[in-house]
Design a protein around this ligand. Sequence first.
Ligand code: PMP
Length: 433
Amino acid sequence: VSDAKAFWQKADKYLMSTGVPYSPVIITRTEGTKLFDSEGRQILDFTSGQMSSLLGHAHPEIVAVVRKYVAGLDHLLSNMITYPVVNLAERLARLLPAPLEKSFFLNTGSETTEAAIKMAKCYTGKFEIVAFSASYHGLTQGSGSATYSAGRRGGGPATPGQLVFPAPYAYRSPFKKADGSYDWETEMDYGWSMIDRQSVGSLAAFIMEPILSTGGILDPPEGYLQRLHSECKMRGMLMIMDEAQTGVGRTGQMFAFQRDNIVPDILCLSKTLGAGLPLGSVSTTAEIERGCKEVKFLWLTTHLNDPLTAAVGDKVLEIVERDNICQRAAERGQQLREGLLKMQEKYWCIGDIRGRGLLQGIEIISDPKTKAPGSDLGQAVSDRAMANGLSCNVVNLPGMGGVFRLAPPVTVSSEEISFGLKILDEAFGHVLA
Ligand code: PMP
């Protein structure tokens, strides 16, 4: 019995399936932008792990921080705060636009959005939460109730007061004018009219990603978030910005919401903040903190404000500032985007290229005339790319073609971008041949 066969036998027998099919590849080591499999093959990682390893795998400075803290200041009672935690909160406050200034730290994205939703309910005294129809905010009960992109079956009804808003999907929006331009203003009027009709008068917050990633890399047009922000204000709702994937430089700015000159009321970071380690943050204003002060146990989990992961986050932000990571993401992102646009001219099944910085999407169609969604093609291209040493991710949503999500670590070299593009180009050619 080969090692791999024994591995899969053991996995089948003991590892519980969680509704996600496993990749057939067994990765045994990670380094920088590369994964190494059990057969010694090198694979270029164009997803940064689960869109998290912003600085590449096993970044030496991050490894040094983990070693130091695991060996001497790893974990404490949740009410004991430490230097790394306060340092991270201070550094984050310096990077955040006013009046965002106060943060706390936990582990996963689901936890950050769960906490943000709870805070919004406590602060406003209301309970209705609005989210986009292609949103992803996690899979715990509250965050999962605000998640529409991952299938909502299982677990019974959503938490009460969950309302859905049409996602800004310019490529297939029914609100397209005859000249092909996207009439998002009318779509937004429609969205709010639906919310106002369904609401029982208890609107607490709108939770959103500045670019909907799992929902197919939907990047709202300029002006969209500003209008949304003022509509929220008008209704006394908070705006919760979930930058799990877009935050900390990936899109070419420290936070993606900064493109739109708005300041959300609550900001959630996760994935990229820990650059592959489990760290999340929730940041808000002093006023909202005051408004929640009377709530006992507003948030307390085992790893609240853990020193080890906070020290990692502090180092991640230090590196992002020191090494001009935003500019790097913008430049490499431009290179990636230009390569993808060239590929779009070559292959009819590429319907749309969209995204910002090092978060780019390719939407696959099955018919160049009707632009009908093409989901199987995307998986075939992705499988071929993987066989040739490139790991990428394809999401499939109803009514949308398969969407490739390309999000390499920001430490990716220009040669690696070219190499990745070459593998992808070959894969499209192969599948369409
Ligand atoms: N928010 C966003 C925008 C995400 O992309 C994700 C994860 N895909 C989450 C929240 C949930 O994060 P986690 O899986 O770490 O709980």
